[in-house]
Every structure is written in C-alpha cells, then in structure tokens.
Design a protein around this ligand. Sequence first.
Ligand code: FES
Length: 390
Amino acid sequence: MTTTFTDETRERAREIIARYPADRSRSALLPLLHLVQSEEGYVSPAGVAFCAEVLGLNKAQVGAVATFYTMYKRKPTGDFLVSVCTNTMCNVLGGQEVYDTLAEHLGVGHDETTADGKITLEHAECLAACDYGPVMTVNYDFFDGVDSSTAVGVVDELRAGGRPMPTRGARLCTLKEMAVQLAGFADERDGAVADGGPGEPTLRGLRLAQQHGVSVPGFDPNTPIRSKAEADKAAAQAKAAEAAAKPAEAPAPQVGPVKGGDGASAPTGTPGNAGVGEPAPAAAATGSTAPDVKAPDDKSPQVRTAETRQPDAATAVPDAPGTKVPAETSPPAPRDAQEAEAAGVAANEPAGDGKPAGDSTGAQERNLNEASASADGATSTVASETGAQK
Ligand code: FES
C-alpha cells in the first residue's frame, strides 16, 4: 500500500525512530501512532500501514497497540476532543451532569462528532485530576472544577472559532496539533510549558496533615527538589565519600593449587570458588578481585542513541526522504533475538505488500478451516472475525 504521508511526517518519523537504540526501534511505535494521527486526525488503515512499514512490524502488531489505547482514535475525530470525567470522584461532584448537558447541547453521544466536524464528545475514566473535580479536558488540556454552564460555554466558543484558555497551560490547540506534541515535539508557544507549584486543592491533604499533626518521621517538607544534574552530582559525591571511607580490602591470600573432588588441580580463586574450580569472573578477566566498575558514561541518552543509530552521522549525507534506517547501520541483534525475529517473520509476513500481515492465502485458508472445523458457533465467530481483521 502506498501511504500518503508528507515528507515532513516522514522526516519526523525518522527523528522519532532515532531516539531509540537501533535494535529497539519498535519502541517508537507509540509516538509514531501519535504522529500519523497528527496528519490524519486519527489512526487510519494507512497510518497503521505506515507505522508497520517504517518499523518492520506487521499490521496486526501495530493494530493490536493502536486498538489498546483510547488516545488512538480509529475513526475521524473532531478538531476538539472534549473528554468529560464521569469516574467516581468527578461523578459525585457533578461530572455526569456536565456530560449529559454537553451531549444534549451538542446532539451527540459518546465518541461521536458534531456535524460541523468541530467537537468530538467522550466520557472518560479518571483523568488523574480528582482534586480538581469535576474536570473535563479539551485535547487533553484541563478545565478544572467545571459545571454544566462553563462546559457549554467552552464548546460554544470552540464552535465559534475561538480558542479558550484552559485552567493550566497554553491556549487550546487542535487535536492534530496536540498529536504532534504527543509524538514528542515541543510546543513552542508562549506558556505551553507551564511551571509552578501545586495548587491548593492538591495541597489540601498536606494542610490537613499539618493541622492535625500527622507527619512522616524525619521528613523535611522544605527539602529542595533537585534537578537531575544536581541529583547525579550528589549521588556521585556520596559514592566517592563511601568509597574513601571504606577500608582497603586485603589482597586475597595466595594459595597453592588445591585438589578438586576428582583429584584434579583446581585454579586458585576467591574463597567462594574454592573447590569449584572456577575463578570469579572479574578475577578471570583481570586477575583482580576488585569489582567490575565501568567508567561512568556522562553522555546524554539522546547522544548515545544517535551514535548507536548513525555512528558516522557527522560525515553522512542525509538519506533521501523515507524513514527506514538502512539495515547496515544497525548493529546485529543478539542471537536469541534474531532467532525470535526469524520465527516471527516466518509466522507473519512483514507489511509493505499492501496486505495486512498474516493475510496470505494460506493464513486465510487456515482461519477458514479452523472456523468450519469448529462445531462451536462462538468459536467460529471469533475465528471469522480474526480473519476479517487480518
Ligand atoms: S475521578 Fe475525575 S479526575 Fe479522577
């Protein structure tokens, strides 16, 4: 199948894949699904095929992931996805009322889109902001403490072309624009990366604990939150201090050859190995009893990943548009991984031929035979559905 994705999307796909080690590129699937959603507004069959193609997966594997997570939409979605939390906390605070009011006002139900293509409404499970309930999100930006009236005001403004401000973060963007961010690309707009302390509703439990004298022994609430660099530095200093305070280990006593159980000479080794006939791995490699300490790698994960993916990137000419990294730049996978991959490929044809993986004639016949061989009507149904998906 020929996908229709733009060069920009393909370039972004290359960037996403390069974030991961070469033999772990399939880990890029989640952001890639957001990426294809950013172009089409949902994960279409072409989007599934695209992800499968660039990651060397089959469509069934991609589809299994895309259908598992609710953030990947399987049908065209409006510019603004309005999610109203109707879970326990929000529900008792009025979340269901907000949802019902919006459904009636917009004339749509759960997972349905208004005729103008602007709004898709859904009810959501806990949106992890119970302290601000009832909450709703628009393209995953929060509106805290909403009621029916404010919720209707938000959707009306959106349908009129406005971009309301959420309770936190930058002014609302479209779902496609948000999908670009979810794929891991920064939102450059002012205020997009908000910072600041927790709000009063979040601190309410802390205030009550203080009021009632409940505390965790030894916990200092004024403990500063350090940056990662500061934390790494402190950890390194603590480790160095611990090493300096540790008394030097006495060298292992030199003992002569000892007889093993079979009467053969056994090499000298640590006490734990005496009689086993095997030196400790570190001692075997270096002749030392010191622990195997690797030099600290102070490169950022991004640099390591880029070096792993393209070791000669500094001099390389950029590849033509397309996202698949040439196989020759990938280090060989471990042997067991290669065997597993070969078995997987044998069982599921890779995508790229315009058909879903596993939809070869043989596979289809197999599904049909299984379906017809089963006397159980339910089993037949499942097998048929499986065949239909593939
Ligand atoms: S119950 Fe609504 S955010 Fe948790």
